[in-house]
Design a protein around this ligand. Structure first.
Ligand SMILES: NC(=O)c1ccc[n+]([C@@H]2O[C@H](COP(=O)([O-])OP(=O)(O)OC[C@H]3O[C@@H](n4cnc5c(N)ncnc54)[C@H](OP(=O)(O)O)[C@@H]3O)[C@@H](O)[C@H]2O)c1
Length: 254
């Protein structure tokens, strides 16, 4: 039997520009549905430092994080992450807005928040300061009255009975023309995306630190027996992190 192929990733000394990074992460056809997930972890697999992913971050991770937002039609985030990380309105920086306008895109992506409880404040800046009307992705079981609270400040999308079905969510976002879907977590929502096989791509920053025991992983929840295979598309090297791009071998379900 032949040996499995192993090659050395050569370190380049040339810095990559923002345009090159955008090219490295662009998808072949913007009109085809594509769901990208972005996470950061320490070398020993911690998804948080001091309880937050933000504390694991580094300037290089932030640079790619912002560029990935720039490429997206919609940023999808689980409500737990929105609450824990204190998300504000989905407003990109001036350079991103200019780039998007030059590329025929709306100035900002849509912010879609996934929640079955709707334990969110419609009077918070996420909604009242949003440059583009956000979407709240929720479930049938939530009362009409609770959904009504958001109708003035957001589009309420029902995709599932007691938990958001990520296949339905993907289809509904695509029907709105939001084909380039970018998910910033969190771990519980990622578990649903993996289970329902709706992930096309995982961007993972491996921050060069050990956090020790106790921290959660980038995926949470009850164990399930499944396996999804990915190809490594590229690895970018920053001073304190590796930025890895993985694409699903088989096409995602929808
Ligand atoms: N390392 C990283 O890159 C990274 C990224 C993101 C977050 N994090 C960390 O992860 C922690 C939060 O973890 P988490 O698991 O609570 O995050 P999460 O997945 O964002 O939040 C879970 C909540 O999101 C909603 N949700 C998720 N999936 C749903 C579904 N299929 N249907 C309906 N609602 C759904 C529910 O909200 P309701 O309760 O409102 O129903 C659920 O309670 C924070 O410490 C954060 O810092 C790390």
């Amino acid at each position: 039997m032949s040996k499995p192929r192993i090659t050395l990733l050569q370190q380049s000394t040339a810095d990559v520009t923002d345009e090159e990074i955008l090219d490295l992460y662009s998808t072949p056809d913007r009109s085809s549905p594509w769901l990208r997930v972005n996470f950061i972890s320490s070398i020993d697999g911690a998804a948080t430092a001091n309880g937050l992913s933000g504390d694991l971050g580094s300037p290089a991770d932030r640079r790619v994080f912002d560029l990935l937002r720039r490429l997206s039609d919609v940023i999808v985030v689980g409500a737990g992450t929105v609450r824990a990380e204190g998300y504000g309105p989905m407003r990109l920086d001036d350079a991103s807005v200019e780039w998007r306008m030059q590329h025929g895109l709306p100035p900002h992506p849509v912010f879609a928040i996934v929640s079955s409880s709707l334990n969110l404040d419609p009077e918070s800046a996420i909604f009242t300061g949003a440059p583009i009307r956000p979407i709240v992705v929720t479930v049938d079981e939530v009362s009409e009255r609770r959904r009504e609270r958001f109708s003035e400040v957001a589009d309420v999308l029902v995709a599932g009975r007691s938990s958001v079905d990520t296949v339905l969510m993907r289809q509904s976002l695509c029907r709105r023309g939001l084909t380039q879907m970018h998910c910033e977590g969190g771990p519980s929502f990622f578990a649903d995306l993996i289970r329902e096989d709706t992930v096309d791509e995982l961007c993972l920053t491996v921050r060069s630190v050990l956090e020790g025991p106790g921290a959660p992983r980038i995926v949470a929840g009850a164990p399930v027996e499944l396996r999804r295979d990915f190809d490594v598309v590229h690895a970018l090297n920053a001073d304190d992190a590796l930025l890895l791009r993985y694409v699903r071998k088989a096409a995602a379900k929808v």
